[in-house]
Design a protein around this ligand. Structure first.
Ligand code: G1P
Ligand code: ZN
Length: 541
């Protein structure tokens, strides 16, 4: 064992979902070592503890795991449970932490960000409940990165993590486990696999785009294996360290191959995609894209059709920028809908306390109390279970939602790699305007209410301020502004646009037409172009 003198490296501040940086930064001298040691120090040490370790297989995943194991051994950890080949999807890791009653876990991923030597890498600590560390814990980790002076590391040779079974590193016990089996077993307890198998046997067709990322092995085993969907249902199903050179983000822009299939002449009944680490999902029917906000609303309305949720939901939660479609469904079901800041960690307390059963975000994350992460394949299976029961198409399911609850037209505009100072200045200027906005007219719309979202956690009473600016307009429109917490280059400005339409004759508009007015109003009120030099967004989802 070696004790290495080190000094703080600036900027190791975990964001909404762990620490994300360019891979080269993580590979720099002492960087990963400092962060892993700071994480261990920040959680009160790992002496005698059991940790789950795995990642999405991106470039540097395997090397980073070797470093983590050596630091865990030197710090006296008792055991590490590692996914074979270093692979564990984020929801599978969350499940494993819970199932094996581990003290926590380290998940290596930068989620939907591209992978490779010149792209992104990330590391996240999850606690014993299987969920992302709370802000109190990430604050401690960050504080330690600012004054770290030593890290401890074993001098062992590399451990074989490609072979299942038990091995050891000094006094650290290492168990290498098959990454899919435990997760699949959990899914079988939640859903009616028999019904879904019958759906496929009856000719129902599907395409699942694993985007060359971690869900490939999971989807092959569950969809084509256990559920009997024909071979070829899963596309891009072999994980690669650079995700086939793509951007493993399941949205209409980046899952273009799948969108082409679903809007093409021989479109199957159902399409879905998942991201780099398997926690996000995109749902699309034949000629019918489902926004993540609508997907959450549909799942809330119909979850009772799946065995795990047959006795109803205790409550639901959505992140603030997510559309209010789910609020309307929750109201009709007589259950509470919580509004939380962006980031999955805010759902953890609500799930642990049994206040909510389902939750979701506009950024393609949906999940339930079965784990403490969002879960891409889980959402796909819940959709399949629902369709197996209703025998409706995806388009009919959406029509049903909209005709019952109204339609929340929705879109997110991202302005990427904006100069950080300019982006900050735009938000500050908007913040300063807020008190005088109500009642004024912007871009032809009248402001009804404007504020900056803050959250009081009903479980631990913690207060999170500065969680995004929201402006509600008369007539059902809303614009939300916030800066991304997961970008790795400059700042990303996110503008979320929404328009609730309840007029039955206006439920079939093109989303961009339905949102044109609120889009203009958002750009005008924020002075976007004057303050940042930007006009059109880089990515619209
Ligand atoms: C983004 C999403 C957010 C999600 C997070 C992690 O964070 O907007 O909903 O929880 O990635 O997947 P942001 O970059 O907006 O801070
Ligand atoms: Zn992800």
């Amino acid at each position: 064992m070696q004790t290495v003198q080190t000094s703080p490296i600036e900027g190791q501040k975990p964001g909404t979902s762990g620490l994300r940086k360019k891979t080269a930064v993580f590979m720099g001298p002492h960087y990963l070592e400092n962060y892993v040691q700071s994480t261990f120090d920040g959680i009160g040490g790992v002496q005698g503890k059991t940790l789950v370790v795995g990642g999405d297989g991106r470039f540097f995943n395997d090397r980073a795991i070797q470093v983590i194991l050596r630091i865990a051994a030197a710090n006296g950890a008792a055991k590490c449970i590692v996914g074979q080949g270093g692979i564990l999807s984020t929801p599978a890791a969350s499940h494993l932490i819970r199932k094996r009653k581990a003290d926590g876990g380290l998940i290596l991923s930068a989620s939907h960000n591209p992978g490779g030597k010149d792209e992104d890498f990330g590391l996240k600590y999850n606690g014993p409940n299987g969920g992302p560390a709370t802000e109190a814990v990430t604050d401690k980790i960050f504080a330690r990165t600012l004054d770290i002076d030593v890290y401890k590391i074993s001098e062992s040779v590399d451990i074989d993590i490609d072979t299942r079974g038990m091995t050891s590193l000094d006094a650290l016990e290492i168990e290498v486990v098959e990454p899919v089996a435990d997760y699949q077993e959990l899914m079988e307890t939640l859903f009616d696999f028999g019904k879904i198998r019958a759906l496929f046997a009856g000719g129902f067709t599907m395409r699942f785009d694993a985007m060359h990322a971690v869900t490939g092995p999971y989807a092959h085993a569950i969809l084509e294996g256990a559920l009997g969907a024909p071979k070829g249902t899963v596309m891009n199903g072999t994980p690669s360290p650079d995700f086939g050179g793509g951007h493993p983000d399941p949205n209409p822009i980046w899952a273009k191959d799948l969108m082409n299939v679903m809007y093409g002449p021989d479109a199957p009944d159902f399409g879905a995609a998942s991201d780099g680490d398997g926690d996000r999902n995109m749902i699309v029917g034949r000629n019918a894209y489902v926004t993540p906000s609508d997907s959450l609303a549909v799942l809330t309305a119909k979850a009772h059709l799946a065995p795990a949720y047959s006795s109803g939901l205790t409550g639901v939660a959505r992140s603030m920028p997510t559309s209010r479609a789910v609020d309307r469904v929750a109201e009709s079901l007589g259950i509470k809908c919580y509004e939380t800041p962006t980031g999955w960690k805010f759902f953890g307390n609500l799930l642990d306390a049994g206040l909510v059963t389902l939750c979701g975000e506009e950024s393609a994350g949906t999940g339930s109390d079965h784990v403490r992460e969002k879960d891409g394949l889980w959402a796909v299976l819940l959709w399949l279970n629902i369709l197996a029961e209703t025998k409706m198409s995806v388009a009919e399911t959406l029509d049903d939602l909209w005709s019952t609850h109204g339609r929340c037209y929705y879109s997110r505009h991202d302005y990427e790699a904006v100069d950080s100072e300019k982006a900050g200045a735009m938000i500050s200027a908007l913040r300063a305007k807020l008190p005088a906005l109500a009642g004024t007219s912007v871009g032809g719309l009248t402001v009804e209410a404007a504020d900056e979202f803050a959250y009081d956690d009903p479980v631990d009473q913690s207060h999170s301020a500065g969680q995004g600016i929201r402006i509600a307009f008369k007539g059902g429109a809303r614009a939300v502004f916030r800066l991304s917490g997961t970008g790795t280059e400059g700042a990303t400005i996110r503008i979320y646009l929404e328009h609730l339409q309840t007029d039955a004759s206006k439920l079939d508009m093109k989303p961009e037409d339905a949102l044109a007015e609120v889009c203009n109003a958002a750009r005008e009120v924020s002075d976007l172009t004057a303050l940042t030099g930007r006009v059109d967004p880089d990515v619209i989802t």
